[in-house]
Design a protein around this ligand. Structure first.
Ligand code: GLV
Length: 309
């Protein structure tokens, strides 16, 4: 069996050594541009080039080294019958939950204010948190959105969730489909985006949508940069309806130095670190699935290419 690794890691052996441990009988190849076809059976990829699929015509499945598969879907030559398997959690949802909880807690507990008081040696106590004033709305209720919603519900924030289809999550008020989007938004002050990027969700977070959130709104975008209309967020922040935003993902990454986001008051920017792909858990999950496929079994996490996630 041949396994090809195509993910532009400057030290691919960090991955291939782990794969070799898990699949001792496999030949493991690191893909390089211009490489002759290898006849690989399985590919492990992150935002691969179309050239990979030009050359590798015998693939039985492709495994995405991340949760979002938009980097694969934008290729023009992804074979329509090739099973694409996305990463299922593998340590991502807990990271996402802590990232989002950190920012929700920081905002609702006035941590910026206390930090600025400390700089002036000022001992001043403000009123305690009223959780009812901080309803959180989670867009997308996959592995990640669900964990985020449950974590915040566990901290007793009022939590709403929205997804394309109906969900039932304890402690979370779930809304489904376009028809319930407005009710969801009107119930939300802190909007957390964990949606997959599809044609339906691209540019979803625009001026109109932000305007439907409760006043003093906050946006946390950990989905994809293309979900958000950048200039609409800048406008909503300038007008004061949205008071702060935390952005971990951007239309162009790294975020160019001249992008106005760097200089927009109220914005917190992090460089796509809210949930990192963890090598050990990822390789273990994928190699387990390769073994299952080789044994003729079905695996979970196969993407519905028509749906886009
Ligand atoms: C990261 O952005 C991922 O999709 O896993």
């Amino acid at each position: 069996m041949k396994v090809i690794f195509a993910a532009y890691d400057p030290q691919p052996q960090r991955w291939t050594n782990l794969i070799a441990e898990q699949l001792p009988d496999a030949e493991i190849i690191v893909w390089e541009p211009g490489m002759a076809p290898t006849g690989a059976d399985y590919a492990l990829v992150w935002q691969p080039a179309e050239a990979l699929f030009e050359a590798e015509r015998q693939l039985k499945a492709v495994f995405n080294l991340g949760a979002g598969i938009d980097g694969l879907l934008r290729l023009r030559n992804l074979p329509p019958a090739l099973p694409v398997v996305r990463l299922e959690d593998a340590g991502m949802s807990v990271q996402m939950a802590e990232y989002v909880a950190y920012h929700v807690i920081g905002a609702s507990r006035d941590m910026d204010l206390y930090r600025s008081q400390q700089a002036d040696s000022q001992w001043k106590i403000h009123r305690p948190i009223k959780r009812s004033e901080w309803p959180v709305g989670v867009l997308g209720l996959g592995h990640i959105g669900k964990r985020v919603a449950q974590t915040l519900a566990g901290l007793e924030y009022p939590v709403h969730g929205w997804a394309r289809t109906a969900h039932d999550i304890e402690g979370v008020r779930c809304h489904a489909g376009q028809a319930e989007l407005d009710t969801f938004l009107q119930s939300t002050r802190v909007l957390v985006n964990t949606l997959p990027l599809t044609d339906e969700t691209r540019d979803l977070i625009d001026y109109r949508l932000l305007g439907r959130l409760r006043p003093g709104a906050m946006l946390i975008n950990v989905g994809r940069g293309e979900h958000l209309v950048d200039e609409d967020l800048i406008r909503a922040l300038a007008e004061g309806h949205v008071t702060r935003a935390v952005l971990d993902v951007f239309r162009q990454e790294p975020l160019p130095g001249e992008h106005p986001f760097w200089r927009t008051p109220g914005l917190t920017i992090t460089p796509h670190i809210s949930a990192r792909t963890l090598r050990d858990a990822t390789v273990e999950q994928i190699c387990g699935k390769i073994r299952a496929l080789e044994a003729g079994q079905q695996v979970s996490g196969v993407v519905d290419l028509g749906r886009g996630y």
